[in-house]
Design a protein around this ligand. Sequence first.
Ligand code: SF4
Length: 361
Amino acid sequence: MPATDAAPIAGFAETVVRWQRTSGRHGLPWQGTCDPYRIWLSEIMLQQTQVATVVDYYQRFLARFPDLRALAQASQDEVMPYWAGLGYYARARNLHRCAREICERLDGEFPRRAEDIAQLPGIGRSTAAAIAAFAYGERAPIMDGNVKRVFTRYFGIYGNPAARAVEQQLWHTAQAAIDAADAGLDMGAYTQGLMDLGAGCCTRGVPACAQCPLAAGCYARLNSRQHELPAPKPRKQAGERQCAMLVLEQDGRVLLEQRPSRGIWGGLWCLPQYEDAQAMRAACGSRGIDCGPAQRMVPFSHTFTHFKLHIEPWLLRGTAPGLQEPAPGQAWVPVGELAGAALPAPVKKLLGGLYPADSLI
Ligand code: SF4
């Protein structure tokens, strides 16, 4: 099926703005501000995460780190508990690095142009454009996953949207849609409108075309092609991995160890993790810990973007004299303080099943 340029581009942006004002999302905690710090924080949290999940995290984070300087002055260990459970932890590490860089290199002034914002750590072209549009009204196009769906369907753009040539076509079309709009285009409402359309109307699966303000000119609707756009990515076989995790409890404390800053759960506190139960017994034995009395708990799985991790948890209580002194990177954490530790979601879930609910968030 060839791509088509039949869908009208004139009036596209104005239609989105009109619809956003009457039917888009309003009253979200990060709306109604021009503070680039707050906008940036919300944009990073909203990557790969639903609005409903982000609201509480956003408010808690801002209560603790109300501005760029407060974030830059904190240590990474202070920041991570406010991200624990949101996933994609590189986002939090980059956020922190970025705050420091702005304070050190730019004297605390957030850059104003999308092009400059995109040079900062962890901020891609689309996020940079969203910040510049919301904070400064710059006529910079966004192109996240939701917006790609709207554009591929409305303009009839075929091919894998992650492929370079198709992505370039999408960016080019997004810029053309802005260039075709009035000089007074409300970039905040337009950008928000595209996000709202992708999240609530032009959804995956069966889109709500009957409610869509773009329906009259939409290629996919007019040609009944919604199901084949955007074109699916070539399938990758999702990997499967397994591990054993040990809950080592002694004197009302649990042994945790900090993950390296790169890789899954980077910088978060985890339970000691091993390839399997045999590796766990060998590693514990080498430190004088007898895993014989350890109890096997109910196994469970956690799904990452590229693989599924099957976790076999073990519980060992009060028989770890060899571990009075934790190794570097490990710490005994009192059960009552686990709620304040930056734990990944599956570890939190596991410990939440063992200890009173109010000791964990
Ligand atoms: S008419 Fe349907 S397919 Fe086209 S942009 Fe709107 S919701 Fe998406």
